[in-house]
Design a protein around this ligand. Structure first.
Ligand code: SF4
Length: 488
């Protein structure tokens, strides 16, 4: 089989030869991208389209057909115009370049566009491969640049690509990393041509520079409650793995463990739940009626949508609020979900101010997030600053009993997230819902407001969003009730 080493395959090969070999030789083993990965791809595509506006008069080269892309590029190089999606083939290496910009009489600049907000090591490897491929094909490369998003850019009317992007000259870093690239490329070409898959042990490389798409397959041999569920980072986990210990229950007594890790081991071995009643009671005593259970859903688009906002700025578009007036009272539910037409923030703030009252605890799960959202809102709408001061003094974080391991059940693994804690402590979860977490909610909302979704799709997604966000605050009520019960 004739196969080329492309820049994405080169990056895969640097991460792990097994991944590269599988992509080429057994592509059916590579899972379809999940919803978040697909969203990141799509976002990158949109960002790339804006970047093309930095080079007026550029030519967009069709790239659906590999050979057509290469042949058209070869023909257009002579025109000395900016080329978008140029395909350069040299022997068995192939690279498609976001932007190839002519300079001087016969030189070119490579401009790679990323939706990140800074230059990362993997970008240098990426561009280094592009430069190597171009030079092998006989092109003279003058500079290499990385165009990334400028986080400080503030939208005003139309998007201005010259403000949205920062073009960083990375020529020196590329030059440095290009030493030895020939050998790396030859090694990876050999990996591709092997008839058997190289055997590579799992390791930290499975997460960097990207979480590997073959994780489930390669990591599938691990038992339930493996040492990779231990709280406290990968260094400890891999040091145990290298000693041949793969199950939490097999960790010998002489291995120093943190308090949290000891609790995990105890719960796994005994099958019990860890509960520190006195400490939980102290936490519950902080809650003052009326209780307001609050949760936001937000989005953070790379390309700002509303005037006055920045790239990736957190924009709340929904909240759910359950109010419990006093002990034993039925919770009353309120919700807000923006219509998707205008900036949701003014109406959201107005509704919150109307509903949150002037006394009583405001309970959120990982309340630092809600507090951060509120503070950012007040920066944009300073007339709410005085109100916010009072709100912040009333906030209570329901995450604390779990992040501090006052309560721990082995099914939580190494996390205290609401999605794990709710089923662990109440037996109820999110399985029945069309939207399963905050990222799903954000992607679903962006899809219905910025794509040509049908009325039916919009209605269905809105219903899912309302159910999902409601469960977040209702779940918190159940958790508090359960904690109270445990402390009796
Ligand atoms: S999961 Fe790890 S070992 Fe398996 S292919 Fe990916 S990087 Fe390699």
């Amino acid at each position: 089989m004739l196969e080329f080493l492309s820049k994405s395959k080169y990056i895969s090969g640097l991460q792990c030869p097994t991944l590269l070999w599988t992509q080429i030789n057994e592509p059916e083993e590579i899972p379809e991208p999940d919803i978040i990965t697909q969203y990141i791809f799509d976002q990158g595509h949109v960002v790339g389209e804006y970047a093309k506006r930095l080079f007026p008069g550029g030519i967009d080269i069709p790239h659906d057909d590999f050979m057509e892309n290469v042949d058209t590029t070869t023909r257009l190089l002579a025109e000395r115009k900016p080329l978008f999606e140029a395909g350069i083939l040299s022997g068995k290496i192939y690279s498609r370049l976001d932007i190839l910009n002519p300079n001087n009489k016969d030189e070119w600049d490579i401009i790679e566009i990323k939706s990140s907000t800074s230059v990362k090591d993997v970008h240098i490897d990426d561009v280094s491969f592009q430069k190597y491929c171009c030079e092998q094909a006989g092109l003279k490369i003058r500079t290499c640049k990385l165009g990334h998003i400028n986080r400080q850019y503030i939208k005003s009317a139309e998007i201005d690509p010259t403000g949205l992007f920062i073009l960083e000259d990375i020529s020196a870093q590329v030059e440095e990393i290009n030493k030895g690239i020939e050998e790396r490329v030859l090694n990876l070409l050999e990996v591709i041509s092997n008839t058997t898959c190289p055997e590579v042990s799992i390791g930290k490389h499975c997460f960097a520079p990207y979480e590997c798409s073959l994780r489930e397959k390669c990591w599938g041999f691990l038992p339930e409650n493996s040492i990779f569920d231990l709280r406290g980072g990968k260094t400890k986990q891999f040091s145990l793995y290298e000693r041949g210990i793969i199950s939490i229950s097999d960790i010998p007594n002489d291995v120093p463990l943190s308090r949290e890790q000891q609790i995990q081991r105890e719960c796994v071995i005994t099958g019990t739940t860890h509960v520190e009643k006195e400490e939980i009671r102290l936490f519950l005593d902080m809650l003052k009626y009326p209780l307001y259970y609050l949760d936001f859903e937000t989005m953070g688009p790379a390309i700002p949508i509303y005037d006055g906002t920045r790239p990736y700025q957190t924009i709340p578009f929904q909240f759910s609020l359950h109010v419990v007036e006093n002990d034993g009272a039925e919770p009353v539910h309120h919700s807000f979900l923006a219509d998707g037409i205008d900036d949701p923030r003014p109406q959201l703030l107005h509704e919150l101010q109307r509903l949150l009252g002037s006394e009583g605890s405001i309970i959120a799960y990982n309340s630092g997030f809600e507090e951060g959202v509120l503070k950012e809102l007040v920066e944009a709408f300073p007339e709410y600053a005085y109100w916010l001061e009072g709100i912040l003094t009333r906030m209570v974080d329901l995450l604390l009993p779990f992040s501090n391991f006052l309560y721990y059940h082995a099914s939580q693994k190494d996390t205290a997230s609401l999605k794990k804690v709710l089923p662990a402590i109440t037996g109820r979860g999110y399985e029945e819902l069309g939207i399963g977490d905050g990222m799903d909610a954000s992607i679903a909302y962006e899809r219905i407001i910025y794509s040509d979704a049908t009325q039916e799709e919009i209605a269905s997604v809105r219903a899912d969003l309302l159910k999902y966000c409601k469960l977040d605050t209702e779940g918190m009520i159940w958790i508090v009730e359960r904690l109270r019960h445990l402390c009796q």
